[in-house]
Design a protein around this ligand. Sequence first.
Ligand code: ADP
Length: 326
Amino acid sequence: MATIKCIGILTSGGDAPGMNAAIRAVTRSAIYAGFEVKGIYRGYRGLITGEIKQFKTENVSNIIQQGGTILKTARCKEFQTPEGRQQAYDTLKREGIDALVVIGGDGSLTGARTFAQEFDYPIIGLPGTIDNDLYGTDLTIGYDTALNTIMEAVDKIRDTASSHERLFFIEVMGRDAGFLALNGAIATGCEAAIIPEISTEIDQLEELVENGFRKSKNSSIVLVAESPTTGGAMQLAERVKNEYPQYDVRVTILGHIQRGGSPSAQDRILASRMGSAAIDALIEGQRNVMIGIRNDEIVYVPFSKAIKFDKPINRELLNTLRRLSI
Ligand code: ADP
């Protein structure tokens, strides 16, 4: 296998707080180990268009505390075609980039896996997504910050909900995964979480409503993961309004505030550890793995597992939520 002299780094797909901390960690660890580093802008699109810049340590100064990604991110349809990937490969050869670190979610790592296989090219992935939905890692970069943002928003909504004795449905992100909704609900003392993993939960909503949302309470908040399976907060609220007109129902969709903001201490540390581990992995000769963290230890998760396996919801969390919402 050819020796690696220069490492390229990119962020792709949905942005997540902590991506900058990861860029910094990859860049500095690589330079520390004697590699050259190049930053690739706008995800896979930058590989096709050649939007690439040499990175020194000062290029990543003062970014650990910033949300978003200084490398920008994008969704790139061309990379899903063999022609697009060939163009990306040609750019890498021309720029003398011998290995890539890709920071992104499920889609980005799927693209990385295909590319790595097609061109026998070394890639290390970092899980950068607020959804926490990648298999093989306890946490993903951005999840903790998003959870804290949800917690602060729901706390505020609780104040108005209890003043008016209202029933609120609050929609949070997580198209295929209920981690934000479930843990957000536990953290804010919500009455229920409606998550895509458990479709019968929707009928449990009916049960909850019929029990009068616990008569001892003067407000109720249900967190709903955005998803076709859950129907989203709007649809659930409509259903409750039609079937139980006695309730004063309101909907809040938290939307993009969940992606932004300065990363939490946990996300900064996670991103720093994972970014540093990506360089160790390349030095050890690892290829085509995602860096994960399990029981506080760094692990290497083959791309095939990280993207193919569903990360299960911990039933204990569901039981805790139910028990504590009486
Ligand atoms: P995320 O990484 O946050 O899940 P996306 O699903 O939008 O975000 O994926 C980001 C990018 O990864 C896509 O725009 C595309 O360039 C690339 N990608 C996604 N799926 C594939 C695939 N099956 N083959 C090749 N590239 C892909």
